[in-house]
Design a protein. Structure first.
Length: 472
């Protein structure tokens, strides 16, 4: 029966989570390679008589000259590295510099590039299972079986993760070779609000300009794409230039309580997804996205086209099984981003900064991204989304090959900060929120983001008030 299948799926998900809790360890310390500089003598009087006698020997003098030349060459290399470090002006450039160095040291990593033939059929299967689970959820709600419905939604969150990861690979060219945007629209369903808008307009630009734009610039921009799509998600849990997370605005010291912060974050995520769902229906009818009033017609046309496709699929699911299908899509799409889900740790640490970490090759004093290495089970649950430094270094490497990328260049990944305890990551995220991608530590290469409507016009908009800090 449908309820039995729901229980089986939930049991598998619960067993996976329990196994994960038993297998993870603690956050391992960072090991940053530092250049070794030997201590020198400042004056010959500091030398003992034997050493002074040795230096009078012609062979010893020649050796000393050779040593001095090698030291001078080493100092020149260090100076060049310092200049390179100063040239890293943005978080994205941190990854670009690493990419260049990895390709020089390990050119064979290019063999990992390209389409993964398994992803397209696997994504199609995931979507079919997702739709089937939504229909099953509708029947559970009609039968008043709320317990099994919640368990099914939790199990379905792993399907939603799989859908997102492979759609994400699709936009990077790891699933199909041509017509990516058409495939993206077709394979982004079923969904509640979905991942299409972010992946279509905000993800590739995120790779190019991570941490370079403010929250206000994203919503007032006249460009077709979002300058950095991740800003819209990071504002819930990380600090931005002009915008602290909602949980950091609580009175009476509550903002220092990680449990309270988790509750505030979770409620805002769940509520925001409902708002986005309702606005999506407005877009389907009117053909205009009120969140981004400055954007050109092409943006609104593509947004409306997907919203209408999504509405048709949702109406079909509701017609076949009732509103429980929408409840399933809503919860399965949001649960994996909440603290109750182990995979959320990889989501939270994507751009967790480490101001003093740097890396093994002195690209910058700040590390803007992080990975979570917690064993093969965790890799499977996340579909390797937890290899986020690797992904930003080489976006064209498909999800199944990211562990191989790390193994191919271990000196570049084992010497930077990473995590191996998802539970501790989740707790620390809400105990002390950090600046998104450490962008405040980079000498930003601020790009021009023209605005046609002044900010004060947006501040009168109820949607703007819901999204932005009241101080703006």
């Amino acid at each position: 029966s449908c309820a039995t299948r729901a229980m089986m799926m939930a049991a598998i998900a619960t067993a996976s989570c329990l196994t994960l809790a038993l297998t993870v360890g603690n956050v391992h310390p960072v090991h940053v390679r530092q250049p070794y500089l030997s201590q020198g003598y400042q004056h010959k009087s500091q030398l003992d008589p034997f050493m002074l006698q040795q230096l009078q020997d012609p062979c010893a003098q020649a050796h000393l000259v050779s040593t001095v030349r090698r030291a001078r060459s080493a100092m020149m290399v260090l100076a060049q590295d310092s200049e390179m470090e100063l040239s890293i002006r943005t978080p994205s450039e941190w990854h670009s510099r690493r990419r260049q160095q990895i390709l020089e040291a390990h050119p064979d990593v290019q063999q990992l590039f390209g389409v993964d033939a398994l992803s397209l059929p696997l994504l199609s299967l995931v979507n079919v299972m997702h739709a089937g689970a939504a229909l099953c959820a509708g029947q559970l709600l009609q039968n008043g079986d709320a317990g099994n419905l919640l368990l099914l939604c939790y199990a379905g969150s792993f399907l939603s993760i799989a859908q997102f990861i492979m759609l994400h690979d699709l936009i990077h060219g790891g699933v199909v070779r041509s017509n990516r945007l058409g495939w993206l629209r077709a394979l982004s369903l079923p969904s509640f609000f979905g991942y299409y808008l972010y992946l279509r307009f905000g993800h590739l630009s995120h790779h190019r300009a991570m941490g370079e734009y403010t929250y206000a610039e994203i919503f007032t921009s006249v460009r077709t794409e979002f300058e950095d799509g991740d800003v819209m998600f990071a504002q819930h849990r990380q600090v931005l230039d002009e915008h602290a997370p909602w949980m950091q605005r609580l009175p009476f010291g509550w903002q220092q309580n990680p449990v309270v912060n988790m509750g505030i974050y979770s409620s805002t995520i769940l509520f925001e997804r409902i708002v986005l769902f309702l606005v999506d229906k407005y877009i389907a009818v009117v053909g205009f996205n009120p969140f981004f009033a400055n954007k050109p017609a092409a943006f609104h046309e593509q947004n409306a086209l997907f919203a209408r496709f999504n509405l048709c699929v949702q109406l079909a699911l509701v017609g076949l099984s009732g509103p429980g299908a929408l409840v399933y899509l809503w919860l399965s799409e949001t649960l994996w981003t909440l603290p109750v889900h182990p995979v959320s740790a990889s989501f939270y640490t994507n751009h967790e900064p480490h101001a003093e970490a740097g890396d093994a090759h002195a690209t910058s004093a700040t590390q803007p991204s992080s990975s979570v290495y917690a064993g093969r089970l965790y890799d499977a649950l996340c579909l390797n989304m937890n290899y986020h430094v690797e992904h930003h270094d080489f976006p064209e490497v498909p999800w199944r090959r990211l562990p191989a990328l790390r193994a191919a260049a271990p000196e570049f990944y084992d010497s930077i900060v990473s995590f191996n305890d998802p539970l501790k990551v989740i707790y620390d995220t809400f105990d002390s929120p950090r600046f998104y991608a450490g962008a405040n530590k980079f000498p930003k290469k601020r790009r021009s983001a023209k605005q046609e409507k002044p900010l004060q016009d947006y501040k009168e908009n109820v949607l703007w008030r819901m999204l932005l800090d009241r101080s703006l």
